[in-house]
Structure formats: C-alpha cells, structure tokens
Design a protein around this ligand. Structure first.
Ligand SMILES: *Cc1c(COP(=O)(O)O)cnc(C)c1O
Length: 404
C-alpha cells in the first residue's frame, strides 16, 4: 500500500525543519482605517498595523474604487459569465484594456486573471510565436516569468542580476538575426533595487532583441501617470511588452500586458492561459478601471509614498537597524537567518500588534532572510516611530546584528 498522506507529511516536515514553514496571518482589513486590520488567532481577535501589504497606496479601500465596484455589481452582476471568447467580454474589459494601453502609451493591452497568469501565458506564447528564439532572463526574475519561459521550451540564458556587461556578453555570442527576448523586471520586489532600463534598451537595439518588462511593483507608483519605471525614465517607447498587475498598487486584482497591436492580438489568439479561463469579474474590472484612472492624476499620493519610504529608511539607519540598500518604496531589513526572522516577526505580532511577514527561502536566497516593509502614505509619523522603536527593542532582546 502506498501511504500518500505520509509522503505529504514528510515533505512538510522537511519545510518545518528548515524553519520555512509558512503560516498565514488570518486578517480582516478594516475598510477606511488603512493600514489597520483585525487579526484572528487562537487567543481571539485584535487590531494590528499591517506593514507588509502590496496595496501600496491603500487603493483597495479608496471610496472611488469601492463605489465603482458596487456600481458594477448592481449594473451587470457578479461574474463575467464566460471566457473572453464566449460571452465573457464585458464593456468594462474593453474600457480597461483601452485605459491600460493609454497608461503605457502602447497601441493595445490585454487582461489576464492575475499578473502571474499574464507572465506565464505571454512568455510561453512568445517562445512559440518566435521560432528558434532565445530568452535572456535576469537571474532574479519572478517565479511566474520562469514558469512561462520553461513552458515555452525555447532556449534560455540567465544573466546575472542587473549586470548589463554580462547581458552583453551573452547577446554578443548570438547571431544577429536570431530572435532574442530580454526578460526582466523594473523594481525587484525583495531588494527594492531598480533595473537600468535605458541601458538594457540600448543593448536590445544594438543586438536586435525584443524587450519584455515586468513592471508589477512599479505600475501606479512611478512615471507621470503611473506607467512605471520605463515611463519615469522616458523609455516606454523602447519597451516592447510591459507586464503589470491590478492587484498591487491598483489595489484590486488581475494582470495585463501592453504592447503593439500585432503582439497583443497574437497573444490573445495563442495564449492558453488567456483563452481557456473565465474572464475577470466585471466587478474587479470596474474597480481596477476607477483605480487606474484615479492614479493617472494622483501625483501627490505618489510623492507621499516615496517620502514615507525615505523617512522610514532614514529613521532605521539612525537606530542601526540593518535596512538593505533599496532605491525604491520597498524597505527590506536583513535578519539573515530563517528561524530568527520568524522569531522577530512573531514577537512583533504577538507582543506589539505589528504585522510583517518573514521572507525566507525560496523567495530570497538562504542567509538573506529578511523583513520586507512596505510603508504607505497612510502610515503616519506615529506608525513609523512605533515600528522603529519596537524593532530597536527586538534587535536588542534577540541580540541581532546591527548595521555597521
Ligand atoms: C506579484 C508578482 C507578480 C504576479 O502578479 P499577481 O497579480 O499577484 O499574480 C508578477 N511579477 C512580480 C515581480 C510579482 O512580484
């Protein structure tokens, strides 16, 4: 007899013994009181401050967004009722795709049920649409990009993270007439560093390559209308495909790509992960539409977001908390050990009502376990002070390493 459950239990024991068993925090966000949430555990329910949400601007609770969702559900009902091809394309989908194309100054855009699906479906289709192509992938690319590249079964070369010299070395060895896709991200979500987008575009031009940029952690947050880092850096027209999410800064759910009309039509026609699934709920699409439109104008909110992140980094530096060298809104703090990292997170939550999830392997390399803090415009000076003084206390009590 095969004991299937024992096999599963053994697999879980392995994860536990490495200190990377994941425990989900059971939360009820309090609409209108961002970043506060009710936390449920076996001791009961209490209010905590959330420090690790990807709802970077609190858009998920903005009345303009929630009202649009209520209006959509009242107008057209809960679900799309089909795949995009069979009865599931609502007018909301058509409007949002037009809005997203405009956000990135591209000819067209295409929605997916998530950013993960967008990356997987698009990269796997690109590999098939470009026979004989080579995909050059940054070594820190997201799991969804890696999955799409693998599924496409093209040749793949991995370049050292943000290392354009290494990228050029690899490009140089490929025939100029061979199709090449350079796949990378703008803001890397665990370190908060940013790709040299313009320099990568220079190489793409020189070596006749196609550029695929995941702007998931930048859309809504950077650029004059929230189009991301390529927009901020004035190189949108040199990026062939921008991939984004509606689930992070836009505060709702869903993913998308934007690019040329031909590329979008080809992915629409070939990508399994786009074709064979029910279209996003019009309620989500209506909310995302309101959010994208709102953020196109919300320069003050974007500036406030950057100010909060800069201030938090500065306050932590002054206390010797080892904040990692991020150049974005992401504030990672190095712990460097999975068990200690979990312990810090547990202490913050259990004793101080501060919620920040530990980030362990395989999300980040072993030895670089960290807390990943995401301050938002809704985190006040008091929130910042309480966090920093608490971290100081926890660092002392656990005798953790300080910054030099
Ligand atoms: C979160 C994430 C995705 C996936 O987006 P979802 O909409 O959450 O599925 C893609 N790429 C990167 C870099 C991400 O961090």
């Amino acid at each position: 007899m095969i004991n299937y459950n024992k096999t599963f239990e053994d697999a879980l024991r392995a994860v536990r013994s490495e200190g990377r068993y994941r425990v989900f925090a059971d939360l009820e966000r309090i609409c209108g009181k961002f970043p506060q949430a009710m936390y449920h555990d076996d001791k009961g329910i209490r209010e905590v401050t959330v420090w690790c949400s990807n709802d970077y601007l609190g858009m998920g609770q903005l009345p303009e967004v929630t009202d649009a969702m209520k209006a959509a559900v009242d107008k057209v009902g809960a679900g799309a009722g089909g795949t995009r091809n069979i009865a599931g394309t609502t007018h909301f989908h058509v409007q949002l795709e037009a809005e997203l194309a405009d956000l990135h100054d591209k000819e067209a855009a295409l929605l997916f049920t998530s950013g993960y699906v967008g990356n997987e479906a698009t990269l796997s289709s690109l590999a098939r649409l470009l026979p004989g192509c080579v995909i050059l992938s940054d070594e820190l690319n997201h799991a969804s990009m890696i999955a799409g590249i693998r599924e496409g079964r093209s040749a793949k070369l991995v370049w050292r993270h943000n290392d354009i010299e290494h990228l050029e070395t690899l490009l140089k060895e490929l025939p100029l007439d061979k199709p090449k896709v350079i796949a990378f991200e703008s803001v890397y979500s665990m370190d908060g560093d940013i790709a040299p987008v313009a320099a990568i575009c220079d190489l793409a031009e020189k070596y006749n390559a196609f550029t695929y940029l995941d702007e998931v952690h930048a859309v809504g947050l950077y650029g004059h209308k929230g189009g991301g880092i390529a927009q901020r850096d004035g190189v949108s027209d040199r990026i062939d495909v921008v991939e984004g999410t509606l689930g992070k800064a836009f505060g709702v759910m869903g993913g998308y790509i934007a690019g040329s009309a031909a590329l979008i039509d080809a992915v629409r026609s070939y990508a399994s992960g786009f074709i064979f699934t029910t279209a996003l709920s019009p309620v989500l699409v209506g909310g995302a539409l309101a959010s994208v439109q709102y953020l196109k104008q919300a320069h003050g909110l974007r500036a406030a977001h950057q100010e909060r992140a800069a201030k938090l980094k500065e306050m932590m530096r002054q206390q010797g908390i080892p904040v990692m060298p991020s150049v974005s809104h992401i504030v990672p703090v190095l712990v460097g050990d999975p068990v200690q990292c979990k312990r810090v997170s547990d202490l913050l939550l259990d004793v101080h009502d501060l919620y920040v999830q530990p980030i362990n392997y395989p999300t980040v390399p072993k030895g670089t376990e960290r807390l990943r803090l995401t301050p938002t415009p809704m985190h006040t000076d008091e929130h910042l002070q309480k966090l920093v003084s608490t971290l100081d206390e926890v660092w002392a009590s656990l005798k953790l390493k300080r910054a030099a």
